[in-house]
Design a binder for this molecule. Structure first.
Ligand code: FES
Length: 169
């Protein structure tokens, strides 16, 4: 019973934190032209995703409807409505990496992590995202595991990289 109370208290604190973070970001950025995308980026950078609870606050500040804000969040694959896995893996699918086997590598990554693109593994360990150029075109294919960039990644090298993952900050 005590742990239920603790869980509810933690959930309240978490939603309070979300509200504080979102309010701070909205206050800072709402006056800028085209503020919606910068706000959504800032919220996701701060919280790891754009929680549903953030939408009304953002909509109110920008004089938009909740549906309009929600529509932008769901339109761009970059934005997540749910928290990501503990480590986010990004596989480059742009031209130079594709020419060096990125699609086969991506198929391997999906199998190795047990999750599809734009999804999180069932155990919450991994999220997998495509990315379109990581700036390592001359050393493709490129992959980002957590906050670390890796060049010339083969399936075997990828397996070694994720054997000891560093959580995404
Ligand atoms: S195309 Fe993949 S890093 Fe530039």
């Amino acid at each position: 019973m005590e742990s239920d109370v603790g869980d509810i208290s933690n959930m309240r604190n978490a939603s309070k934190d979300v509200a504080v973070v979102v309010r701070d970001i909205v206050t800072r950025l709402a006056g800028e032209p085209g503020a919606l995308l910068p706000i959504l980026h800032a919220v996701q950078d701060a919280l790891g995703h754009v929680p549903a609870a953030a939408v009304p606050e953002i909509a109110h500040a920008l004089n938009l409807t909740r549906a309009e804000v929600h529509g932008v969040v769901t339109y761009y694959h970059h934005f997540r409505s749910q928290p990501p896995g503990r480590c986010v893996v990004q596989v480059c699918r742009a031209e130079a990496c594709q020419a060096m086997g990125a699609e086969a590598l991506l198929a391997h990554v999906q199998q190795r992590l047990g999750c599809a693109v734009h999804a999180t593994s069932a155990d919450g360990a991994w999220s997998l995202e495509p990315v379109y150029c990581l700036g390592l075109c001359a050393s493709s294919p490129a992959v980002m595991v957590g906050d670390a960039l890796h060049a010339r990644v083969t399936p075997q090298r990828f397996d070694a990289l994720v054997a000891h993952p560093v959580p995404t900050a």
